[in-house]
Design a protein around this ligand. Structure first.
Ligand code: ATP
Ligand code: MG
Length: 378
């Protein structure tokens, strides 16, 4: 992976949602060309890319076309069929590897891998059949039953307080493999995004503090309001995990922070992450720039924080009959608005985000919340 791929090479991406769109914008601005594979005719990334292959992720003709026309391929989501990535790997550079994606797309494999790498996760049990819930569950209750595959934004998760409830929840989720995880008292949640190049050079982005609402990321505060030792520890854990995975590309690591600063890894994402969107405006290179750089064999760019920042997600919930009051954000000289070009707003759908930049994270947070309260038109 030492050979640099330079503009105007064609880069491919599996998935054309907002993450693919921001990747595409970054790649285009550097002079690369982009092909997006996504079955959605209204794909936010497809609308900007040089080529939009509008086909399923396991469509053999589309995959062959990617292999024939691109010099490297990456992904914007973990649920691409591992076989599609393995097929592409036989022809062109693929980062992250199909192996890393296969681990991240299955909570059971993911937690076992993290634990096997010597890092801590929340106490969990792999539940593959109802019999697995016959055992003594003390230590895992009250808990959260999480579907092993295809869960996101808190979907595919049920809170359970007893083994009867756990069994009912397992059946409700279609008796598919799950993990039962103990519900922990969280002091806070943080995340670290790492970029690792094919030559093993790694850098971390500044640590983000994340607040969720209804299981969906709501606000990220950077720098995270944790002790330096906790932030340093999180960075080290993220780097260690990237190394253990022999990872190439952008890897997001979500952490639970317990009382006393103890860190557990919640989950990983083999791609840029919502909690890294602040990097579009507050670091020298964004997480999407890093995705382009790593797939092209270039060393990671500088990730130092230029200014404290607060990112706020814009969900479809604030769309009424009218668009939200964008002038509230656009009239501020220290606020960057990013909209993803999605045509229909739905409850819980990620439509965009804004970054508030200020000298102090606390000021940015106060302003971010004040602006948020004025966005929805009544
Ligand atoms: P996303 O796609 O937003 O990352 P997800 O569906 O993959 O979400 P998780 O990251 O597992 O789900 O959980 C979403 C949120 O639910 C966490 O960020 C945390 O706030 C809460 N949560 C999950 N597991 C636990 C736990 N074991 N104890 C306490 N809170 C939890
Ligand atoms: Mg999560």
């Amino acid at each position: 992976m030492s050979l640099h791929l330079l503009p105007t090479a064609m880069l491919g991406i599996l998935g054309g949602g907002q993450l693919g769109r921001m990747f595409t914008m970054s790649a285009l601005s550097m002079g690369y060309r982009v092909t997006v594979l996504d079955p959605d005719t209204e794909s936010p990334a497809g609308a900007l890319a040089d080529v939009h292959l509008c086909a399923a992720f396991d469509d053999s003709e589309a995959l062959q076309q990617l292999a024939d026309t691109c010099v490297a391929v990456t992904t914007e989501f973990e649920n691409v069929p591992a076989e599609s990535m393995a097929f592409l790997e036989r022809h062109i550079r693929v980062s992250p590897s199909s192996e890393a994606v296969a681990i991240a797309q299955d909570r059971i494999r993911e937690k076992r891998f993290i634990f096997g790498a010597g890092l801590q996760v929340a106490p969990f049990l792999a539940i593959e059949s109802v019999q697995d819930l016959e055992q003594d569950l003390i230590g895992h209750l009250p808990g959260i039953l999480k579907i092993a595959r295809l869960g996101y934004d808190g979907k595919g998760q049920i809170r359970v307080f007893s083994s009867e409830e756990a069994k009912a929840a397992f059946i409700e989720m279609g008796s598919k493999p799950c993990v039962l995880e103990r519900k922990l008292d969280l002091q806070t949640e943080i995340s670290v995004i790492v970029t690792r190049s094919g030559t093993g050079q790694s850098v971390c982005f500044p640590v983000a503090e994340n607040q969720h609402a209804d299981g969906i990321l709501d606000i990220s505060i950077i720098p995270a309001r944790v002790e330096d030792a906790v932030a340093d520890h999180a960075r080290l854990m993220a780097l260690q995990l990237a190394e253990s995975l022999d990872y190439v590309g952008v890897l997001a690591v979500e952490f639970f922070v317990l009382d006393g600063g103890e860190l557990l890894i919640n989950e990983i994402a083999p791609r840029p992450h919502n909690s890294g969107h602040y990097s579009l405006d507050a670091t020298l290179f964004s997480q999407f720039d890093q995705q382009v750089r790593s797939m092209c064999g270039l060393p990671p760019g500088d990730t130092r924080l230029l200014t404290p920042v607060v990112m706020v997600n814009l969900l479809g919930d604030i769309w009424g009959d009218d668009e939200p009051a964008w002038d509230v954000l656009l009239s501020q000289p220290n606020v960057h608005l990013h909209l993803y070009g999605k045509k229909s707003a739905r409850i819980g759908r990620k439509m965009g985000h804004y970054n508030v930049l200020a000298e102090e994270a606390e000021w940015a947070l106060r302003q971010a919340l004040e602006l948020k309260g004025r966005l929805k038109k009544e």
